[in-house]
Design a protein around this ligand. Sequence first.
Ligand code: ADP
Ligand code: MG
Length: 294
Amino acid sequence: ATPTALMVGTGRGAQLGILIKGPQVLESTRQVDTVVLDKTGTVTTGQMRLVDVVAAAGSEAEEVLRLAGALEDASEHPIAKAIAAGARERAGDLPAVESFTSSQGLGVSGVVGGHAVAAGRVAWMSEQWAQEIGDELSSVLDEAESAGRTAVAVGWDGHIRGIVVVADTVKPTSAQAVAELKSLGLRPVLLTGDNTRAARSIAGEVGIDEVIAEVMPEDKVRVVRELQESGRAVAMVGDGVNDAAALAQSDLGIAMGTGTDVAIEASDLTLVRGDLRAAVDAVRLSRATLSTIK
Ligand code: ADP
Ligand code: MG
C-alpha cells in the first residue's frame, strides 16, 4: 500500500472514532482471522450492580453483605465496587478493614471487625477453607451463573457464610458487532476470568460460539499465543490492566477508549467510544484502503 493511501485511511479512521497508532497498523488489521474479545468492559458495560445476597443457614444476609462490602471497599475491581456500593446502600456504614490482601483474578481477604474475612471465586474459597458450599448456596450459584451473573462466595473464620451475586449488562451494540465480524469471515472468541457458565450465557446473548473462561489474568497472553501458534492471526479487544499483555502479544491489539490507559498504550487501535462496532469499521476500512491500492 502506498503511504498516501494509508494516511488517508488513518484519517478516515479518526472520523469513525478509531485511533490508529501508525499507518502500518491497517496492514495487520487486514490479515486478522480471529477476534478475541474480553468479556467485562468490552462485550459488557463492566458497570456491575449488586442483585442478590443469600446467607447460608445460621448466618444473616445483612452481615454477609456488611463484611463483604467492607472488604471489597478496599478493592478497585468492578465486582468489588458493586458489592461495596450495594452494601452501603442496604446496610449503611461499613465496618473498618484492619488488613487487606487482593488475589488477582480470585478475590480478596482481610480482617474486618476481628473476623478473618474472604470474598471471591467459589472454587477459590472452597479450596482455601477445604469445604463445599452446601446445597442451598449451590443452587443459588447455579441459577446466577446460568443467567450470566457472577457469584462471589463470602465467608469468615474458616466458613463460607453466603453468596453475593453481581450482574453486568451486555452493551446494546455488542450482538450486532459480533454478527458483522462473522459476516466478514472473522471468528469471535470470548475470553474471560469469569466462570464458564456465566461466560457461555453472555456469549450466547451476543452470538459467540467459542468461549475460553476461568483464565487467570496472567494467562490471557498465553491463550493469545496458543491461538497464534495454531496458525490464527489474532486481533484482541480489551479494556483492562489484565488485558494489556495479551493486547501487546496479539497481531492487532484493540483497546476500548473507555478502558484503562495501560490497555490503550499496549494496543495498535483504540475504539474511542468503546463501541465494538468500531472494530468492524476498522476491518472494513483496512480492507478498503488496501484493496484500492493493490
Ligand atoms: P475478567 O476477566 O472478567 O475481567 P478477573 O480476572 O478480573 O475477570 O476476575 C476473575 C474472577 O475472579 C471474577 O469473575 C471473580 O469471580 C473473581 N474476583 C476477582 N476479583 C474479585 C474481587 N475483588 N471480589 C470478588 N471476586 C473477585
Ligand atoms: Mg475487561
